[in-house]
Design a protein around this ligand. Sequence first.
Ligand code: PHE
Length: 434
Amino acid sequence: MENKRAQWSSNIGFILATVGSAVGLGNIWRFPYIMGKNGVAVFLLIYVLIIAFICAIPLCLELATGKIYRLDAVSSYEKINPKLAPFGYLCILTAILIPCFYFVVGGWILNYIWIFAANSIPSDFGAYFSSLNSNIFAPLGLTLVFLIMTAYFPYKGVNKGIEKANNIMMPLFAIMLITLAVYALFLPGAKAGLEFMFKPDFSVFNHKMILTALGQALFTLSIGMGTILTYGSYLDKKTNIKKSAYTLIFFDTLIAILAGIMIFPIVFSEGIEPSAGAILVFISLPEIFTFLPFSNICAIIFFLLLFFAAITSGISLMETSIACFVDKFKMKRSHATLLLSAIIAIMAIPASLSFGALSGFKIFNKTFFDLLDFLTSSVLLPFNTFIICIIGGWYAHNVSKEAFGETFFGKILLFILKFILPVILILALIFGLN
Ligand code: PHE
């Protein structure tokens, strides 16, 4: 029986939605920093090779699996072989765990948009950020608001919610990013910033770089948790998988590089050392903004940009589990959204308290927030990707055929998939755990 499944109403809608999922906090605060720290030219080359010849492969496999079976991750794996269901559930588990910390960051972003919009700017952002987080209810409330805003779109459905949101937010995101990047090029720190980013330093090459590039590429492409598989399940029969995968890779990488062109001139305008993660975005950058021309407007644009990046990724994360609740457990979309939101809201409590009341509570020497980050990025993502590669390379030949086609390039990708990728992913797991 042909299932009556929602479909992207156009190819652009699909591309915007997958780019929306891929482009997230990973592109804006992680990539430029990692690139700068790793001697740029060499790292960029390694990164492009890895993303184009290694990560493109599971990306194609996920898209192809979705396109063929037109179901959620668990049901698709079950169609390949009922014994594979547990691996599908692992994907769903990953897609539930990531929002529990990712949405906490979403809450902080909302808070920063508010303080700049209301012009109630603190004099010391370091102190402000820790006082925000030492409060019990503020970060939790903000996380909840971000969760409700995100959940609204999958609740409305694939076309009226997810596709519409991405069709509006991604072009706005691109305009804001380009505006800020151009603005940054006129700042006094432009030269130093671009030098930091683009000056080749060949002496820094080491094997760890390969793993760093691999981890970053998997996370940024949203591979390894059934998200891309789920978005692929709304494709029509005509879409070319390889072409879509490389379009996504192109935009994701371009945006990550543009993010660097925006951030480093700003950072170097105050002559401070570039840093990464929460410190960069919520302490250093806001502080620098206050010294720059058009400070409030720029800060608002910057945090709105982060907001769009985070919410479009969040939507795709939620849709992964919602599709499973709907397809596999036959729940209504509205009930599935409510159930998932409740689970995330509860699990986000310890994550949001990790920077305040629960900062001393550590498991394996990590706060709950860091533990979730580590467990998903360093353990579950590479493991789930390993599984999809084994299934696609050695078992589900219909999937690999759909993914790579019969071309010469397709055959090279298939060879890498069968013989090289499993080894690389096992190494990534071993090194990631150490
Ligand atoms: N790709 C997103 C980023 O770069 C994160 C993400 C991971 C989103 C997994 C969806 C699924 O931040």
